[in-house]
Design a protein around this ligand. Structure first.
Ligand SMILES: [Zn+2]
Ligand SMILES: [Zn+2]
Length: 248
């Protein structure tokens, strides 16, 4: 039976150099549950390295966690790819990594890229710089997400940097989007007024959390979902979402 649920499909762990080291699997799942979330996605910059650990903690504590990636394209646009399984997400990551320049991270500038296990133990770091563009355009990245069975969401589309609007001022014809995400600086109503032409896409609000306090707040909509799963999310985004989204 369908139920109203809160969902957050854009959360970073500490492997993203710009995220706080408190973004560990247990902290994220516990905070998401305190906030009443029923479905989340882990979307680190150009990697799924910590997603498995968050998924396992979610299984233990009863929270549905999907693997995802926030890809930075050649045009410096951020696109979210959300996947049904870790295997599909992993195959997608392998694909984009062959287009990710082999430059080292400099922790003193951007921060460490910390790997955690499912007990919140730091078990290493990623050496290659994650916060950089892959050598693929938005249309190629969108096609690759779809080819790996994922959903493509334009991240923080109204933000003045790293968004489709800031970099390209439009959605290219060859890019198939399953949804657009609003940056928290703008309300849902404000977005609909300002970006009328983008309202043909399902509109989502996620946290883009880089710290635990970013997860706190009532900016997320309630979505009428059949269950907390990838399949139900995909079905919702393909339907007429307007009758199935509420802001409270
Ligand atoms: Zn971003
Ligand atoms: Zn992000």
């Amino acid at each position: 039976m369908a139920d109203w649920m809160q969902v957050d499909l854009h959360i970073h762990t500490a492997v993203s150099p710009c995220a706080h080291e408190e973004m560990t699997p247990w902290n994220i799942v516990r905070m998401a549950q305190l906030e009443g979330l029923e479905l989340i996605a882990i979307t680190d910059h150009n990697t799924i390295a910590n997603a498995w650990a968050v998924i396992e903690v979610g299984e233990e504590l009863g929270l549905a966690v999907l693997p995802g990636v926030e890809v930075q394209t050649r045009e410096e646009v951020h696109l979210l790819g959300i996947f049904p399984t870790l295997e599909q997400a992993s195959a997608f990551q392998d694909f984009i990594w062959s287009y990710l320049p082999d430059k080292p991270n400099h922790p003193e500038i951007l921060g460490e890229q910390i790997l955690y296990d499912n007990s919140d133990r730091p078990v290493g770091t990623v050496e290659r710089l994650l916060l950089q563009s892959v050598l693929l355009g938005v249309e190629e990245v969108g096609a690759a997400i779809a080819a790996h069975g994922g959903l493509t969401i334009a991240a923080h589309i109204n933000r003045r940097s790293y968004s489709l609007i800031s970099q390209l001022a439009m959605v290219p014809d060859g890019l198939k989007l399953d949804a657009v995400e609003i940056d928290r600086s703008l309300s849902y109503q404000g977005f609909m007024k300002e970006y009328e032409e983008l309202c043909r896409y399902p509109i989502l609000c996620n946290s883009d959390a880089h710290s635990l306090t970013d997860l706190v707040g009532n900016y997320r909509p309630w979505l009428l979902l059949d269950e907390a799963s990838f399949a139900a999310l995909k079905e919702l985004l393909a339907s007429d979402i307007r009758s199935r989204i509420q802001f409270r």
